[in-house]
Design a binder for this molecule. Structure first.
Ligand code: ARG
Length: 462
């Protein structure tokens, strides 16, 4: 494809250099944004009398036709084109001749690419938010089914205190809720229109930047043209929000790996969401979770790529910045893929309530409650702590648990203990007793679920 910037050069670009320089293989996905940006730009040029109204109309009409042809597969991208911007403009010029050549008046590819990327990422944020929301819905549904499913809560991966499976799942709901907010914040910061920044110093034509910003759905134009074309903080911020979301997905995946192991057997994945081994017939592997965990590393790498690529660049545009797209596109694609794969996997997994309960019964997760029992009868917590520590030692020696230890043994260590200790350290009592905001008591978790349903999951009225 002939170069639009040919004039100054006496030779064609070396073929290998052309390939090296070209970004069409990855930026072609922004064709829709490139075309909408160009249509609004040409409308504005016509409205301001910078080009004729008739030329503006012809350009708009042909750009729409080009869009339809790309969508229907009639028009293929030329792999030798320099980028998507050059490709669209040259197809337009081939078709409209002189008129097509007027489109690039008062514009540069530098503001064009900054515009396209912002618009593309805005659209992707909407998709990601939708996927996070539907993952939250699944987690909330599973939580509702497990309000009373007692399991051990862990610290240092050691059984610590009794919680419920609902409480555990709702922890992730909070993480994903914040991920959604981070996406919204990112959207609003990137929602300024760089079009009209030109190459770096705007233009002498009487353009209307407010008009283009408004019609392309932005809050306002960018307020400094150098900044408009030369920062990519919005892509970095999105890569960061995606990295955090992937880190949350990765932690959830790691727990599912653990929970589906023979050591835990808290959950079982549906056959459609687990894989077998080529040699060991008994295996059922949680590959999806492991891949999500693995892909998190890649997404974090993309964030580092972007930060490192930008950190030494002088203002304004530098070609280094073309490297932004593969990194941010990969992060966007990866998080979408992971979110949409983990959701049905969670939907279809079965929860082994019995095993969770059994795990709760061992490991002295009611020891804190046992100490609290003494505190409620007047002892100081530190003394109570010590007494229960001694009792745990006795249980370990006798290979038993606090709820099975004879009352006589209790009394030997501290005569404040009565028969009612058994009720006080019953796991269900322990969980129900933690009925404070944010706690694991079924009533508290139910309130949390209702809050999420009435906020995050609430369908907006049309
Ligand atoms: N393909 C380029 C990019 O992605 C578009 C901008 C090119 N601008 C330039 N002055 N060479 O960054």
């Amino acid at each position: 494809m002939a170069k639009m910037w040919q004039g100054r050069f006496s030779k064609d670009l070396d073929e290998k250099v052309n390939d090296f320089n070209s970004s069409i293989s990855f930026d072609s996905r922004m064709y829709k944004e490139d075309i909408s940006g160009s249509i609004i730009h040409s409308v504005m040029l016509g409205k301001k009398g910078i080009i004729s109204e008739e030329d503006s109309r012809l350009i708009g009409k042909e750009l729409s036709a080009i869009y339809d042809e790309i969508e229907s597969g009639k028009l293929a991208f030329d792999p030798t084109a320099e980028d998507i911007h050059m490709f669209i403009e040259s197809v337009l010029t081939e078709r409209l001749g002189e008129v097509g050549k007027r489109l690039h008046t008062a514009r540069s590819r530098n503001d064009q690419v900054a515009l396209d990327l912002r618009m593309y990422l805005r659209g992707q944020i909407d998709v990601i938010v939708g996927l996070i929301k539907s993952l939250i819905k699944t987690l909330v549904e599973k939580a509702e089914e497990n309000l009373e499913t007692v399991m051990p809560g862990y610290t240092h991966l050691q059984r610590a205190q009794p919680i419920t499976f609902a409480h555990h799942l709702m922890a992730y709901v909070e993480m994903f809720k914040r991920d959604m907010v981070r996406m919204f914040n990112c959207f609003s910061l990137m929602n300024e229109c760089p079009l009209g920044s030109g190459a770096l110093a705007t233009t002498t034509y009487p353009i209307d930047r407010e008009f283009t910003a408004k019609h392309l759905g932005f809050d306002n134009p960018t307020y400094n043209s150098l900044d408009g074309v030369s920062d990519r903080d919005y892509a970095i911020e999105l890569a960061s929000a995606i990295s955090i979301c992937m880190m949350h997905l990765s932690r959830l995946s790691e727990e599912i790996v653990l929970w589906s192991s023979w050591e835990f057997k808290f959950i079982e994945l549906d056959d459609a969401y687990a894989t077998g081994s080529s040699i060991m017939p008994q295996k059922k592997n949680p590959d999806i979770c492991e891949l999500i965990r693995g892909k998190t590393g890649r997404v974090q790498g993309n964030l580092t790529t972007l930060l490192t690529m930008m950190k030494g660049l002088p203002l304004a545009y530098n070609k280094d910045m073309q490297e932004d797209k593969e990194a941010i596109f990969d992060s966007v694609d990866t998080v979408k893929l992971c979110l949409s794969t983990i959701k049905p996997m969670l939907d279809t997994m079965t929860v082994n309530k019995e095993n969770m309960k059994k795990a709760g019964e061992k490991g002295f997760i009611n020891a804190t409650d046992c100490a609290d029992y003494l505190v409620k009868k007047g002892l100081a917590f530190r003394d109570a702590y010590k007494i229960v520590g001694t009792l745990v030692g006795i249980c370990v020696e006798k290979d038993t648990t606090l709820d099975k230890l004879d009352i006589a043994e209790y009394k030997k260590i501290c005569d404040v203990f009565e028969e009612d200790v058994y009720a006080a350290i019953d796991l269900n009592t322990c969980v129900k007793g933690r009925n404070v905001t944010g706690g694991p008591a079924p009533e508290a978790v139910k309130k949390h679920i209702d809050l999420i349903k009435n906020t995050v999951l609430k369908e907006e009225k049309q």
